[in-house]
Design a protein around this ligand. Structure first.
Ligand code: COA
Length: 333
């Protein structure tokens, strides 16, 4: 049950920032690596290119750059942060958590820090956490990050997966709203029965890393693409409707809809069901591919930078990822 917290302080995104690695991997580059074609990738996914982190560039390094930009845009110092939440499925290490690395890098000495893992839904799940910390007053200034180095859990010989993903990072500074803007409603969902359809099987306590797990490629992502596709469309459409209902708003009230940037066909299928016209659906997956927990914040940051979102606009975020996890948030910018 997600209550509306209607009488409590409302969390608002003060500013965002993002960072993508310099290296661009195009569909033409992938044609030289696996049996694929630009035409296949483009028609099945809408992806033209993606960014790939340097070997020495970890998830927290990308997150740190995004964090610095978000703090600068917000006019907030690192010392003002009392909490850092980092959403990722590609942490630097098993532990310490990735948020702690960012804390050290930016000097946020007054913050407490932890990671959350909800796969591609991580950023939207994180927003829901922020909503509650702000509502209760337990935190005043939060840095929420979504960042991934998916390239390090990608089997570059598996053409069905390696064409889909990319690396990147985004960050948001969140505080209590001083007006009526902020997070209006959110609905979060999971269905763990479907855990097998999208997973990273090796390296955890179920299958600790051994020469055998590595030889078997268990340290790479596995996915049943067709089933994931169907569930993504149904779940994202449903949760978007629920979040809009909870906010007492409709698709027509939304200036922009930012769905998880996995596949243009998924975005279009959601658009056909929810309505509102294709212009309302923000897409940058053509340039970045699926960046998992970074996807929605990378898109939100770009939408703000290019002027697609102005103060007072209402925006719908819709996430979906492994677990399965999914969720939607309605906010007023
Ligand atoms: C992965 C996905 C693009 C595949 O598209 P699809 O239309 O379902 O394609 P299929 O799986 O039916 O595969 C069709 C054929 O293309 C082949 N193929 C797969 N990847 C290919 C590639 N990169 N290049 C060329 N051919 C490829 C398959 O082997 C299959 O060949 P076959 O018919 O001879 O067996 C699609 O299922 C998808 O986007 N799923 C959701 C993935 C996702 O978003 N995951 C993250 C959610 S958080």
């Amino acid at each position: 049950m997600n209550d509306s917290f209607s009488n409590l302080p409302r969390a608002a995104i003060v500013a965002t920032g993002s960072y993508v690695p310099e290296r661009v991997l195009t569909n033409a580059d992938l044609e030289k690596m696996v049996e694929t074609s630009d035409e296949w990738i483009l028609t099945r996914t809408g992806i033209r290119e993606r960014r790939i982190a340097r070997p020495d560039e970890a998830t927290s390094d990308m997150g740190t750059e995004a964090a610095k930009r978000a703090l600068a845009n917000a006019g907030v110092t690192a010392e003002e942060l009392d909490m850092i939440i980092f959403a990722t499925i590609t942490p630097d290490m098993g532990f310490p958590n990735t948020a702690c690395f960012v804390q050290a890098n930016i000097g946020a000495k007054n913050a407490f820090c932890f990671d959350i893992e909800a796969a591609c839904s991580g950023f939207v799940y994180g927003l829901d956490l922020c909503r509650q910390y702000i509502a209760t007053g337990a935190a005043r200034t939060i840095l929420l990050l979504g960042a991934e180095k998916i390239s390090c859990i990608t089997d570059w010989k598996d053409r069905s997966l390696c064409v889909l993903f990319g690396d990147g990072a985004g960050a948001a500074v969140i505080r209590a709203s001083d007006g009526k803007n902020g997070l209006l409603a959110s609905v979060m969902r999971s269905d763990g029965r479907l855990h097998d359809l999208l997973k990273l099987p090796g390296g955890g306590s179920r299958n600790p890393a051994t020469p055998e797990t590595i030889a078997g490629g268990m340290h790479y992502m596995k996915m049943n693409g067709r089933d994931v596709f169907k569930h993504a469309v149904t779940c994202m459409t449903d949760v978007a409707r629920k979040a809009l209902d909870k906010a007492g708003l409709t698709v027509d009230d939304m200036k922009l809809i930012i769905p998880h940037q996995a596949n243009l066909r998924i975005v279009n299928a959601i658009g056909e069901r929810l309505g509102g016209g294709t212009d309302k659906y923000f897409v940058n997956l053509d340039r970045y591919g699926n960046t998992s927990a970074a996807s929605i914040i990378l898109a939100l940051d770009e939408a703000v930078r290019v002027g697609r979102i102005q103060r007072g606009d209402r925006v719908l975020l819709i996430a979906f990822g492994g677990g399965f996890t999914w969720g939607a948030t309605v906010l007023e910018w």
